[in-house]
Design a protein around this ligand. Structure first.
Ligand code: C2E
Ligand code: MG
Ligand code: MG
Length: 511
């Protein structure tokens, strides 16, 4: 029996299906022009291949666009991770990365990078008085000025708060100093915030990297130089030197030690008599804190009070002083029978006045000891009484309500507060020792002190003079109408036990 030769299209059909199935979607099976079942199958397969090809193309396009979106998002994420959102400057991470790149280049023989660390001097005040949105505006203006002061290749970063950094690649001290000066000038220009014009000082620390230095060390050293610049009164630039590192280490050791000192009773109070100039009788004492340092001996307040203020430890220190001074007074009242006007003066710093617990604390100590509030005199400085904000006013009026007396210390050294003197919420004014020094020898000085005394009395306040070192000064003050005085002439500050001879039953003027 004779069989028909196989239809040649079937072979092409099978081959086509295999190619399409293997993913070659451009494959089409040739048509012969016949109109039979095989032709219909071929047409069907070709149509299916068309569809598949379209679907596949769409899928590919979609994958491509999604991949592009992902890539953009990743770039944006990276940018955000390296940018300060407020100023759009580089952030600390970005700075570290450019620094590490620059330091690596230095290791290959390039010139080293220089790093400037900047801190605005009065930013906290701006934030506190004008509000945070004004503070943000200031930061943005400063950022723009910084960027305009440097080259494209330099990196300007915001490290946080009001701290900025500028990295100058392939630099040297001369160039870095020039840039720092330019920045200081640009930032020193006043800026407009709302309808206010303000100026904001800047402190700049400068460090040119050493070969082999790590990023962390470079940043820390530029930062150390910035702190040294900050210690200077006006906007200034400080170039890093190793001695600064030593001073900073010493300071951080001292911070730890002072914290321990307050907890471990290494502090001690010395007392200096305040006398009635007419009779020589001791009216009271001023408590002056000292630090009995285990290695360095007795330290005077000037060497640790500023540090305590800077770190906020002054609040604990001040509580300690108040508690111990008032307890000491109670002891004298009970053991030595001092008269009921005998008072103790305690110095208070700005930070303590801004602490809302102050009044509570004073009230507790007075009730714990049973000491009358009128026997406690709190000494504060002129600027504290005049410039204080709401919390200060709250503290001062709270203390007054308790019955505590308030005294302006070091009067005549700060502001010319003549017009303020009448409004100040105080009872006593202590004339500073710098005004007393020339008394007795210099007639003009006598006239001046006489006028100051008149002023104090005209405001209905009592006057005390401090820093009396000679009998002439004491006599002159008495002649000018000053009722009370304090100074080496009457007695230096001494431990409680030594002052007892002056205030005990056998003391001058007490019987
Ligand atoms: P201040 O309150 O004006 O204290 C007077 C300072 O003058 C004391 O120095 C005292 O020893 C010194 N002085 C007394 N008489 C004379 C004198 O005749 N001639 C001279 N040249 N100086 C005299 P000190 O004890 O070194 O205290 C310095 C400052 O430290 C104090 O000045 C006060 O502002 C601060 N201070 C002392 N104790 C405390 C405290 O417990 N808390 C706070 N916040 N500050 C304190
Ligand atoms: Mg004082
Ligand atoms: Mg004083």
């Amino acid at each position: 029996m004779k069989t028909d030769p196989p239809d040649p299209r079937l072979h092409a059909l099978v081959e086509g299906i295999v190619r399409i199935a293997s993913g070659d979607l451009t494959t089409r099976i040739p048509q012969s022009g016949a109109r039979d079942d095989v032709a219909a199958v071929i047409a069907g397969i070709n149509l299916m291949a068309d569809d598949l090809q379209t679907i596949y193309q769409e899928l590919e396009e979609r994958v491509e666009s999604r991949t592009a979106m992902l890539r953009d998002a990743q770039v944006e994420l990276e940018r955000m991770a390296l940018t300060d959102p407020l100023t759009q400057l580089a952030n600390r991470t970005a700075l570290n990365s450019v620094l590490s790149h620059a330091l690596a280049e230095t290791a290959r023989g390039e010139l080293p990078p220089a790093l400037l660390v900047l801190d605005l001097d009065s930013f906290k005040g701006i934030n506190d008085t004008l509000g945070h949105s004004a503070g943000d505006d200031v930061l943005r203006v400063i950022s723009r000025r910084l960027q305009e002061s440097v080259r494209e290749t330099d990196t300007v970063a915001r490290l946080g708060g009001d701290e900025f950094a500028v990295m100058l690649p392939k630099s040297n001290l001369v160039r870095a100093r020039r840039v720092a000066n330019r920045i200081l000038k640009a930032l020193g220009e006043s800026l407009e915030i709302g309808d206010l014009r303000i100026t904001c000082g800047t402190s700049i620390g400068l460090r040119v990297a050493e070969p082999g230095q790590s990023v962390d060390d470079l940043v820390m050293e530029a930062d150390t130089a910035m702190y040294a610049a900050k210690a200077q009164p006006h906007s200034s630039i400080r170039v890093f030197e190793p001695a600064l590192l030593y001073a900073r280490r010493l300071q951080s050791v001292m911070i730890t030690e002072l914290r321990e000192a307050i907890g471990q009773d290494q502090l001690t109070l010395h007392y200096q008599p305040v006398v009635d100039l007419a009779t020589g009788r001791t009216e009271g004492v001023e408590a002056l804190v000292r630090w009995n340092h285990p290695e360095r001996g007795l330290l005077m307040p000037d060497s640790f009070i500023p540090l305590a203020e800077e770190t906020g430890m002054i609040v604990d220190l001040g509580h300690w002083v108040l508690r111990n001074a008032v307890r000491q007074l109670r002891h004298w009242q009970q053991e030595l029978n001092v008269d009921d006007k005998f008072n103790v003066r305690v110095n208070i710093s700005t930070t303590e006045l801004q602490n809302l617990d102050l009044i509570e604390h004073v009230r507790d100590i007075l009730s714990e000891t049973g000491v009358d509030a009128a026997n406690l005199i709190v000494e504060l400085t002129e600027s504290m009484a005049i410039n204080g904000g709401d919390v200060d006013k709250y503290s001062l009026s709270g203390l007054r309500r308790l019955g505590v007396q308030l005294e302006i210390d070091d009067f005549g050294t700060g502001y010319s507060s003549i017009s303020y003197l009448r409004k100040l919420p105080v009872n006593v004014v202590k004339i500073d020792k710098s005004l007393i020094a020339g008394l007795g020898s210099d007639e003009e000085q006598s006239n001046f002190v006489a006028a100051v005394l008149h002023l104090i009395h005209a405001c209905g306040l009592k006057a005390v003079a401090e820093g009396i070192e000679t009998a002439e000064q004491a006599a002159e003050l008495l002649r000018l109408g000053c009722a009370s005085g304090q100074g080496y002439y009457f007695g230096r500050p001494v431990p409680a036990a030594q002052i007892e001879a002056l205030i005990g039953p056998g003391a001058l003027g007490l019987d």
